[in-house]
Design a protein around this ligand. Structure first.
Ligand code: ASP
Ligand code: MG
Length: 411
C-alpha cells in the first residue's frame, strides 16, 4: 500500500517525539508499505513566528509572513529525515516548492491549484521515504505561500489524491473525531466513521480536528482519511463516503465556535445592489462572511447583520466603514462576544422536527437565540458566548449522543 501519514504539531513537539514518529514511519515501512510523510511545525512554533512578526511591525506584509511561517515546517522535516537515515531508512525532506505544490497568490490563506508529484514519485521509486513540509506551497511567481492555519492536513490529503494513495492517515493529539469537544462534555463519544459532508460542516463550524480544505479535497477525490492518535494505538475515526447506516443517526455531532463576531449595519437603503456593494469588497479581500440576516425594511431602510471570524474583524471593519460612508447608512455596530453552536448530521435529510427540538432544548435553559442558519445537514444558532458550554452540553444530551452509562465499546 501507498500511505500518506501526516503528523501534527504536538506529534513533533520535541526531539523525542520526532524520534517516536520516525519509529512509527519505520514500522509502516517494515510492514511493506510505501510511506509519504507530511509534517507540521513543532507545536507553538507557528504562533511564535507570528508573534515575532507582530512585535516587529504593526501590520506585517503578508508575503513576508509566509516566508517566515514556512520555516517552521522546514525544521521538523529535516530532523525527521536525518533520524530516519540514521535508523537505516533512506529518507529525504522536501519543501512545498520542491514537491511542486502550486497555489494561488493569496498569501497566508492560499489554495492549492496543482501538484506535480513527479519528485515524490521519483523518491518513492528510489525506495526512499519522502518527508514533506506541510502548510506551504509556491505561487506562479515562485513566491512562498501558506495554506492557512492547520493547512498541513490539506497538504497531506492533496498529496494523497495526487499520488492516488491507498490511505491518508492524520496523526494528531486526539483519538479521532468526537460527538463533541470532550473537554466540554467528558462523556462525548469517538465516532468510528463520519461522512465527508458531515466532517466538512464540522470543520467549517469550528471543530479543529481537520482543516476544512483537506476535507473538500478528500470528498472530491474520494480519499479515505483516518484521524488517529499519535500516542495511542487505537482505530481512530474514518472520514469516508456516506452510507445507509449513517443516515439512521439524526444528529452525529454538536460543534461550537467562539471565534466569531457579529457586525450590524443599521439603516441600510433597501434597494437592489446594496448587498453586492457591501459584500463585494469584503469578498475581494478574501474575508469569509458566515451568516447574513437582513430585516424587513421599514421606510425604505433596513438592518443587515452578518457574522465573520473575529480575526478578520479589523480588516473587515476598515472596508465596511468605507462602504458605509459611500452608501450613507447610519451606524455600524459590532458584537464580539457571540458563539455559534451547531448540530450536524446527514440523518437530518430524512428526519423532521430536528430544528424544533434544538430550539426547545435551548429555550428550556433560557438561552436566547440571536441568529439561526441551516443547511441540509446542519442547524446553527448564534448566542451570547457565555452560554456556549451549557448549550453544547444540553444539545449533546437531547440528541442522545453521549456514551451509554456502562456501555462496552465494540472495538
Ligand atoms: N504549522 C501550521 C499551523 O500551526 C500548519 C499546521 O500545523 O497544520 O497552523
Ligand atoms: Mg491541525
Amino acid at each position: 500500500m501507498l500511505i500518506v501519514q501526516k503528523y501534527g504539531g504536538t506529534s513533533v513537539g520535541d526531539l523525542e517525539r520526532i524520534a517516536s514518529v520516525a519509529r512509527k514511519v519505520a514500522a509502516a515501512r517494515d510492514a511493506g508499505h510505501q510511506v509519504v510523510v507530511v509534517l507540521s511545525a513543532m507545536s507553538g512554533e507557528t504562533d511564535k513566528l507570528l508573534q515575532m512578526a507582530h512585535t516587529m511591525v504593526a501590520h506585517p506584509d503578508e508575503r513576508e509572513i509566509d516566508m517566515l511561517l514556512s520555516t517552521g515546517e522546514r525544521v521538523t522535516i529535516a530532523l525527521l529525515a536525518m533520524k530516519l537515515i540514521e535508523m537505516g531508512y533512506p529518507a529525504r525532506s522536501f519543501t512545498g516548492r520542491q514537491v511542486g505544490i502550486l497555489t494561488d497568490s493569496a498569501h497566508t490563506r492560499a489554495r492549492i491549484e496543482r501538484i506535480s508529484a513527479e519528485r515524490i514519485r521519483a523518491s518513492l521509486d528510489a525506495g526512499e521515504i519522502p518527508v514533506v513540509a506541510g502548510f506551504q506551497g509556491i505561487d506562479e511567481k515562485s513566491d512562498v505561500t501558506t495554506l492557512g492555519r492547520g493547512g498541513s492536513d490539506t497538504t497531506a490529503v492533496a498529496l494523497a489524491a495526487a499520488l492516488k494513495a491507498d490511505a491518508c492517515e492524520i496523526y494528531t493529539d486526539v483519538e479521532g473525531v468526537y460527538t463533541t469537544d470532550p473537554n466540554l462534555v467528558p462523556h462525548a463519544r469517538r465516532l468510528k466513521k463520519i461522512s465527508y459532508d458531515e466532517m466538512l460542516e464540522m470543520a467549517s463550524l469550528g471543530a479543529k480536528v481537520l482543516h476544512s480544505r483537506s476535507v473538500e479535497f478528500a470528498k472530491k477525490y474520494l480519499v479515505p482519511v483516518r484521524v488517529l492518535s499519535s500516542f495511542k494505538d487505537a482505530p481512530g475515526t474514518l472520514v469516508t463516503k456516506e452510507d445507509a447506516e449513517m443516515e439512521q443517526v439524526v444528529v452525529s455531532a454538536v460543534t461550537y465556535n467562539k471565534n466569531e463576531a457579529r457586525v450590524t449595519l443599521m439603516g441600510v437603503p433597501d434597494r437592489p445592489g446594496i448587498a453586492a456593494r457591501i459584500f463585494g469588497p469584503i469578498a475581494e479581500a478574501r474575508i469569509v462572511v458566515d451568516m447574513i440576516i437582513q430585516n424587513i425594511s421599514d421606510g425604505g431602510l433596513t438592518d443587515l447583520s452578518f457574522t465573520l471570524s473575529r480575526s478578520d474583524l479589523i480588516p473587515a471593519m476598515e472596508i465596511i466603514r468605507k462602504t458605509a460612508r459611500e452608501i450613507g447608512e447610519r451606524e455600524v455596530k459590532v458584537h464580539e462576544h457571540i458563539a455559534k453552536v451547531s448540530i450536524v448530521g446527514v440523518g437530518m435529510r430524512s428526519h423532521s422536527g430536528v430544528a424544533a427540538r434544538m430550539f426547545e432544548t435551548l429555550a428550556r435553559e433560557g438561552i436566547n437565540i440571536m441568529m439561526i442558519s441551516t443547511s441540509e445537514i446542519k442547524i446553527s444558532c448564534v448566542m451570547e458566548a457565555k452560554y456556549t458550554e451549557l448549550a453544547v452540553r444540553v444539545l449533546h444530551d437531547a440528541f442522545g449522543l453521549g456514551e451509554e452509562p456502562g456501555a462496552v465499546s465494540e472495538e
